[in-house]
Design a protein. Structure first.
Lengths: 303, 237
């Protein structure tokens, strides 16, 4: 298996079917594209990236847009804009994998902007992965979401090792009766650094957001979690940040909730610590060794 | 099946040694049910933890099926067929009920099989099998999931630390049914009269020592008498 295929296979937890649309970006260029009815993807004329339009009423469709980098000394900024029109029900699977054995830095800055119409259901999956011996693999994703009335946007992001530096930013504005669910899993090892910053404006009446962040920091790695949920109407926001640290790793969590409306209900929960001895002990009473028990707990936590 | 000889357990508190268990001796045969009862702080949970290997006795010897397990780890005892139900069940963010049952069975359990274990502890299986074992579950639900993992592990010696704690009356009936089946040797830490009455043997612990042990017929009248004395306010000592 070559490096490209290896990265693509590791990014594909949800492998595309024959009915799915696919656009693959490899080493700075679009190398494969297949679009199905109701979906259009057109490269931007003056910058890297594409404009995707999902037509009104498109349902049960999935779009896969992986990015792979196997070349050294490639540093790119890619702008992908997604217009999802009213009454759509779609899944978008993104992700970036870098394989770098050389000495030069490789970085991918993916800027994804979603404009989502009314009464849509959009599931967005993004996985980040680094392979290879070089320690200059950098990923800086930025996601903007403008969520229309009555719509649901679910964002599942996973970064499970091998990325030396990541600075993720997510900004969202929610309309009336809209719901956003953010599920983030990050594993850092060695000297890796991962930062993640969420800012969600609950503008619409009865809008709600749920942010679940689970972080595991091992070795000498560092993670920083900043969340800022602003309630500007009758709304509900819940942020849950859990972290497990081991060795000399560090996790910083900065919660910020701002209620600007009398009927805004905002909650933040955060817990950081080492693996619970009681959890380990319970699994040992079921026959696992301490090492097996700890692995099971971490795998489950990041599942 | 299990023999406990001269087991003592000491801890240091404020630079002074405190005896938590003092020269404990007893044995239990295959498929017997032993209930260990006694006052709060009498050493019951410590004894249960020592039997599972969570705590190491200061002195004494524990033999399981002829094998000295005194210095054996928790994991190795579990592999020998000893199971343990925690008094305060543990929750796990990310692991589901089915994940725990898979670990207990050392295999991928089928959904109908997982449901069978959950139904035995009075849980509506379909609602729970894929649920995360997290703090959104009540204490009683966690406790019943805890017992389901012990049933799934199918050990030959099950140690339960207050299995009735937090369980409602209806689920308690399900629990009684499990113990009545006698599919394993059971050691149960309990204050619950209905569980005590199911026992083949009873041990009464008092201030780190065994005050009385024997068959149900031998110990139950003593326990009733002991309770009556305390209700009357007479000096227990």
């Amino acid at each position: 298996m070559n490096k490209v295929d290896e990265l693509l296979s590791k990014l594909r937890d949800n492998a595309p079917t024959d009915k799915d649309s696919v656009s693959i970006r490899e080493n700075g260029k679009t190398v494969y594209r297949k679009v199905m009815e109701g979906i259009s993807i057109i490269d931007k004329p003056n910058s890297a990236g594409f404009n995707m339009v999902i037509a009104k009423g498109t349902k049960g469709k999935a779009v896969h847009i992986p990015v792979v980098i196997t070349r050294d000394n490639l540093n790119e900024i890619v702008y992908n804009d997604f217009e999802i029109q009213d009454n759509c029900d779609v899944v978008i699977v993104a992700g970036c994998g870098i394989h770098n054995d050389a000495h030069e830095m490789v970085s991918h800055n993916g800027i994804h902007s979603f404009k989502i119409g009314k009464n849509c259901k959009v599931i967005y999956i993004e996985k980040h992965l680094g392979l290879g011996t070089n320690q200059n693999k950098i990923l800086n994703p930025l996601t903007n979401v403008d969520l229309g009335e009555g719509s649901y946007f679910e964002m599942n992001t996973h970064q499970l090792g091998g990325v030396e530096f990541a600075d993720r930013k997510t900004f969202a504005k929610l309309g009336d009766n809209s719901t956003m669910y953010i599920n983030e899993k990050i594993l850092t090892t060695g000297d890796e650094i991962a930062k993640t910053h969420f800012k969600v404006n609950l503008k619409g009446q009865n809008s709600s957001v749920e942010v679940v962040s689970r972080a595991v920091a091992e070795g000498n790695s560092k993670q920083e979690f900043i969340s800022n949920v602003i309630g500007e109407n009758k709304c509900f926001g819940h942020v849950e940040c859990d972290g497990i640290i081991s060795n000399k790793a560090q996790i910083f969590s900065t919660p910020k909730i701002m209620a600007k409306h009398i009927d805004a209900v905002l909650i933040h929960e955060a817990a950081i610590g080492k693996i619970s001895e009681e959890q380990t002990l319970k699994l040992m009473t079921l026959g696992l060794t301490q090492e097996e028990a700890e692995k099971k707990i971490i795998d489950g936590f990041l599942k | 099946m299990l023999t406990v000889e001269n087991v003592s357990y000491k801890v240091k508190e404020d630079n002074k040694e405190k005896l938590i268990l003092d020269d404990i001796n007893f044995s239990i045969k295959k498929d017997e049910m032993l209930v260990i009862t006694g006052h709060n702080g009498s050493g019951k949970s410590t004894l249960a933890k020592i039997l599972m290997g969570i705590l190491k006795p200061t002195t004494g010897k524990i033999t399981f099926n002829g094998k000295d397990i005194t210095n054996m780890s928790v994991c190795d005892r579990a592999k020998l067929g000893i199971s343990y139900g925690f008094q305060q069940p543990i929750y796990f963010k990310g692991l589901t009920v089915k994940d725990l049952l898979n670990i207990a069975c050392q295999n991928e359990v089928s959904v109908p099989c997982a449901c069978k274990y959950l139904s035995q502890v009075g849980l509506c299986a379909k609602e729970y099998v894929f649920r995360e074992v997290n703090n959104k579950l009540s204490g009683g639900e966690l406790k019943r999931i805890e017992i389901a993992t012990i049933l799934a592990k199918n050990g030959s010696l099950n140690i339960y630390d207050e299995p009735e704690a937090g369980i409602d009356l209806w689920s308690f009936d399900a629990l009684v049914k499990i113990f009545k089946k006698k599919t394993a040797t059971n050691i149960i830490i309990s204050h619950q009269q209905r569980l005590i009455e199911l026992a083949d043997k009873i041990i009464l612990l008092n201030s780190a020592k065994i005050e009385k042990q024997g068959t149900k017929a031998e110990v139950l009248p003593y326990l009733h008498n002991d309770l009556c004395m305390r209700l009357k306010g007479e000096d227990y000592e």
